[in-house]
Design a protein around this ligand. Structure first.
Ligand code: ZN
Ligand code: ZN
Length: 115
């Protein structure tokens, strides 16, 4: 019996998304992350899809509708992994206000939190 072979998640790019990129120039906030492929992990991934390390952290974004991580990040290779579909992630990111502050201000705002 042959094993089922799955392509790596970063190769799982649909042809339609390639066409979209060709025809129009859109700036998506999700493009600010190093997300390759469309693999979704609702729970924190046990290991990084890219390098296999188990040092994964959740990325929460200030101002988005949910108070939980919306993206996972490998602390080792800094690649990002989806928690939700790309469309939902983009919708959540679009809901965040434009942030034009310094890193220090950002960290202070983050430390003080919404509470
Ligand atoms: Zn990694
Ligand atoms: Zn690694």
């Amino acid at each position: 019996m042959k094993n089922k072979q799955l392509s790596p998640p970063w190769l799982d790019v649909t042809s339609s998304s390639k066409i979209t990129k060709k025809c129009e120039v859109t700036t998506k906030r999700i493009d600010g992350f190093n997300i390759q492929g469309n693999k979704i992990s609702k729970e924190e991934p046990l290991e990084c899809y890219y390098c296999g390390c188990d040092d994964i952290m959740g990325i929460e974004i200030i101002g988005v509708a949910i108070d939980e991580p919306i993206i996972w990040e490998c602390k080792h290779c800094n690649e990002h992994m989806l928690r939700f579909s790309r469309a939902k992630t983009e919708r959540l990111l679009q809901g965040a206000p434009e942030i034009d502050i310094t890193k220090e201000e950002w960290e202070e705002a983050w430390a003080n939190g919404p509470n």
